[in-house]
Design a binder for this molecule. Sequence first.
Ligand code: BGC
Length: 447
Amino acid sequence: MAKQKFTAYTLFAALIAAIGGLLFGYNTSAISGAILFLTKDFNLSTVAQEVIISVILIGALIGACFGGILTDRIGRKPTLLLTAIIFLIGVFIVMTADHVTNLIVGRLILGLAIGIVSLAVPLYISEMSDPKHRGALVSLNQLAITIGILLAYVVDYFYAPTGEWRSMFGIALIPAVLLFIGLFFIPETPSYLASKGKKDKALKILRKIEINTSKSEVVVEKGPSKKMCSWKKLFEKSMRPALIAGIGISVFQQITGINIVIYYAPRIFQLAGIESAASAILATMGVGTINFLMTIVALWLIDMVGRKPLLIVGLIGMILSLGVLGIGFLETTKATSVISIVSLMTYVSFFAISLGPIAWLIISEIYPMGIRGRAMGIAIFANWVCNYIISLTFLTLVDILGKSGTFWLYAFIGLFGLWFVIKKIPETKGKELKEIQKYFKKKAAKN
Ligand code: BGC
């Protein structure tokens, strides 16, 4: 594409799309406070509880697969519109559920929407952004995810005394409606339009986000030719380094354990010696707040110092914090409780300035037009599979390895993550998307 500029219009489009991120964060986290009351009202067995909690992740990994194909076929904006509708249906089914089956089906549908949106939002914003501000703009998605998580903790806390789980879920209707309406005021991305040969339409939008563009400057980002199947292109040798980079960063975002903290925080605080449930929930809100605040710091730094330095510092911080967390769990005294709580908070802070926003950003930057959606779909599918495995195995790992051993295991995995980032992830700060893709092609040719 011709050079894009940062305008209020771009920011507006990014903010509307980022409501999808808020729905992602909210709907994955609201269950933590609601499950207690659901268990009482529906007389749930442990297995039923586990299914209700985890089915959303199954939906998300299915959604990630479809999201890639949808965004490439029907476009970025129609996909987002469809997702807003799926969110509305999912929330409605869950909040009005009078049977366990409805709850499960509703959460599966919500998961589908989350999977699609986790792909469509970074993709949409990345294509709307200028290179200089792309890092911060795409990371608005991660900021919105953290706002969604924090909001879910606060809403759960607010409704806990009355046990109104329907309201805990139902609040999500508000952002879903806002996303649906907002989408009528933002355009399809110019790159997508141009790649489909709609140069006039692309030009109209480019004129709003650029200065002095002429039709001849609307360069079409080339996808695979019609004769070539997109899937075949995706698995060509020339795509391998980018595919590995995207899948790897996505996987390490999850297997370094972030969602153990996000999903099990009250439990971890109780393991660390905070006895009252109310204090544990309050400390959990502290986690949500730190996660949100440090993501703002990331937004500020990401286009200034670059992606790679933040990833390296973040991963080192996460590894050290996990190491100390493990030490804190060796015995339970007042002092070790404090150590555990502080190191948990520093772990979340380092995640929030690194793997949190940057994993989504990198995968939205490195793939060529035409197969971008599908390629992101594979990386994001891997993200949700790992999320599922890590969330499901945490309590069993604590039984087998002990509390300290479990956190040291995540620290050890973090070391591999650090090696991977240093070796496989290039700096993408300030570069045009085309330049980044050229880098990966050259790398493939060398191998
Ligand atoms: C991750 C989520 C995580 C969240 C925490 C996101 O980037 O993909 O799995 O719950 O960050 O802020």
